[in-house]
Design a protein around this ligand. Structure first.
Ligand SMILES: Nc1ncnc2c1ncn2[C@@H]1O[C@H](COP(=O)(O)OP(=O)(O)OP(=O)(O)O)[C@@H](O)[C@H]1O
Ligand SMILES: [Mg+2]
Length: 250
């Protein structure tokens, strides 16, 4: 079954058309990158998929069910989670406190102080798993605001993972990072895809990350699909080179 099907979505903000007639399908197990210049509409496209606002036209289907009118929370319940271009995390809380909020919410405990021993064990096991997956076991009690950029992003991705998504949307996970941190975050994304079998959509400016990770790439320009294909096809596409890759190489 197709996991995500976006059908001819358009999003207008007043006279500006940020996304115009964009369609895409994501099969389970894919790792799809969305690239394009600043202002191309990439984040807007994610906002439409995750339900932050409705499209002006078009539909979004998850598991072949129309979710266009559903809230972001309902989409999370149905298996979608995302991270934002600007890290969204509680900087004053420690790594484990941040993750605990996400895990307890995902388990439906809503911050209850009175968990049964079995529930407590389940939460703690899940926390251990997330800390291991995110390579954060040594930083459990560090305040998130004091972590490196890369570890903050890892913690944020683990918070999204706590929601047990089948489809994970990552908006520029390596934004503003140096080479080593970029590499670490890219490795984390690869592990989530390969080991946890997660289906991932990734907005990314770093072409090394894109071409290393993605099975397929969609290129957006001025709200429209410029090209769609494998990394090899995209690298060889002259329209894309003119519109985008050439810019990057300059
Ligand atoms: N909520 C909004 N209200 C009005 N205009 C918006 C809104 N969100 C985005 N836009 C506009 O839509 C266009 C696309 O923006 P978007 O943030 O989707 O681009 P992007 O491809 O993610 O860019 P970047 O690479 O800089 O993150 C821009 O012109 C932006 O100013
Ligand atoms: Mg953006």
């Amino acid at each position: 079954m197709t996991l995500l099907r976006v059908e001819k979505v358009t999003k207008r903000f007043g006279s500006l058309t940020a996304i115009e007639n964009v369609s895409l399908t994501i099969e389970p197990g894919e790792l799809r990158a969305i690239i394009g210049p600043n202002g191309a509409g990439k984040t807007t496209f994610f906002n439409l998929i995750s339900g932050l606002f409705p499209p002006s036209e078009g539909r979004v289907r998850l598991d072949d069910q129309d979710v266009t009118a559903l809230s972001p929370e309902e989409r999370v319940r149905r298996g979608m989670a995302r991270t934002f271009q600007i890290t969204e995390i509680f900087p004053e809380l420690s790594v484990i406190e941040n993750l605990r909020v996400a895990v307890e919410m995902a388990e439906g405990h809503s911050l209850s102080a009175w968990l049964s021993p079995a529930s407590k064990r389940a939460v703690n096991n899940r926390l251990d798993q997330l800390l291991t997956t995110g390579n954060l076991t040594g930083k459990t009690d560090v305040r998130v605001g004091a972590l490196s950029h890369g570890d903050q992003r890892a913690a944020e991705i683990m918070m999204a993972l706590a929601l047990k998504p089948r489809l994970l949307l990552l908006d520029e996970p390596t934004a503003g990072m140096g080479d080593q941190e970029t590499y670490n975050v890219a490795q984390l994304v690869r592990r989530l895809h390969r080991r946890e079998g997660l289906t991932i959509m990734l907005i990314e400016h770093d072409m090394r990350v894109v071409f290393n990770l993605a099975d397929r790439i969609m290129v957006l320009g001025e709200g429209r699909v410029l090209a769609e294909g494998t990394p090899q096809e995209i690298a060889a596409n002259e329209d894309v080179q003119r519109a985008y890759l050439g810019e990057v190489a300059k």
